[in-house]
Design a protein around this ligand. Structure first.
Ligand code: ZN
Ligand code: ZN
Length: 340
């Protein structure tokens, strides 16, 4: 892609598979989306393979304006470390304007233990069991200190901690958020970031037990796109998506989940099935969000399973008058709002 040619206002679906797995169908990589605006792009989530997908899409890291993490599940963050570690070779000139990384802050409290637990599970890293985005990124880079200090001291490379500025998203106090007691209060979206090309707003979505979990909306001079992150149906997503040119919403095929765990009655399997129902969205409910919001296009991503055909997804998409899409990886989707 040549950023000097023409005006770019579109999304590239870098990775469209959901879930923390090495998926069998390699045509869908881990969840990640580029929002391309003018001469740069913004990255939402860093699923498995995001660096290779950016190369495939012709999006050089040197044009990266910001990274936005919807929530701290591993399928959304696993390649945040590769962006940090390999990025230092493409971002050498960014010391005076480091790339901001925005994501959830420290959860502050562990989730309640599952009522299905037979014994008391012991948390990992009890001294810092719920790190937010800033702590996570800094710890990721610290884990590579042997490597990075060679680069910094011997090869005179910059430190990723100077090229990236990882920040926890501050949720306005009046929202009344609490990770366990009130993870998804109904709310108006709030501004997270603004530059000369975009305004990025966020809202809380429902993906228990992880909290906070965000959806983001990008507004540009030419349109708007709302990206759900992982969530069940939530009115906050309808509010965020009002009149959007494009809604990119997660979707799961619950029939697949039922089949995957059919005949398994152990507590771990039942807890996994519980998680999917309370934390993810059917095609029907994704359509409902787009319809209630008056969004002009709906594209589904974070597809679980990743191998269902477009026809298998589309058969559930009734009662929507806008454009409905099941994108492949690396598809380009516009988000302009059609003239009334
Ligand atoms: Zn996910
Ligand atoms: Zn998730």
């Amino acid at each position: 892609m040549d950023f000097t040619q023409g005006e770019h206002h579109h999304v590239v679906t870098l990775g469209t598979a959901g879930g923390p797995r090495f998926w069998r169908d390699s045509s869908r990589k881990g969840i990640a989306t580029a929002i391309v605006v003018e001469d740069g792009f913004y990255l939402v989530d860093c699923g498995h393979g995001v660096g290779r997908q950016l190369e495939q899409a012709g999006l050089p890291l040197s044009a990266l304006k910001g990274v936005f993490i919807t929530h701290l599940h591993s399928d959304h963050t696993v390649d945040l470390n590769t962006v940090g570690l390999f990025g230092l070779y493409e971002l050498q000139d960014r010391l005076d304007h480091p790339v901001p990384i925005f994501g959830p802050g420290d959860r502050g409290v562990l989730p309640a233990v599952s009522p299905r637990a037979k014994t008391s599970p012991q948390p990992i890293a009890p001294e810092n069991p719920t790190p937010g985005t800033r702590s996570m990124f800094n710890q990721l880079m610290s884990a590579y200190a042997t490597n990075l200090n060679d680069r910094i001291i011997d090869s005179l490379r910059p430190s990723p901690l100077d090229l990236f500025n990882a920040q926890d998203i501050d949720i306005p106090a009046e929202v009344g958020f609490h990770a366990n007691d009130q993870p998804v209060p109904q709310m108006a979206p709030f501004e997270v970031f603004r530059d000369e090309h975009v305004v990025v707003t966020a809202t809380l979505v429902e993906h228990p037990p992880i909290a906070p979990a965000f959806a983001f909306r990008f507004d540009t001079a030419q349109g708007s796109v709302a990206i759900s992150g992982d969530t069940t149906y939530t009115p906050n997503m309808v509010t965020l998506s009002q009149g959007a040119g494009l809604v990119l919403h997660e979707a799961i095929n619950f029939d697949f989940i039922e089949q995957m765990y059919a005949g398994k009655h152990d507590e771990t399997s039942r807890a996994s099935v519980d998680h999917h129902y309370k934390s993810h969205t059917s095609v029907q409910d994704a359509v409902r969000v787009a319809r209630e919001a008056g969004a002009h296009r709906l594209a589904l991503h974070h597809l679980v399973p990743e191998f269902d055909s477009p026809e298998q997804w589309t058969r559930f998409a009734v009662d929507y008058s806008g454009e409905f899409l099941i994108p492949d990886d690396l598809d380009v989707i516009g988000f302009s709002v059609p003239d009334a």
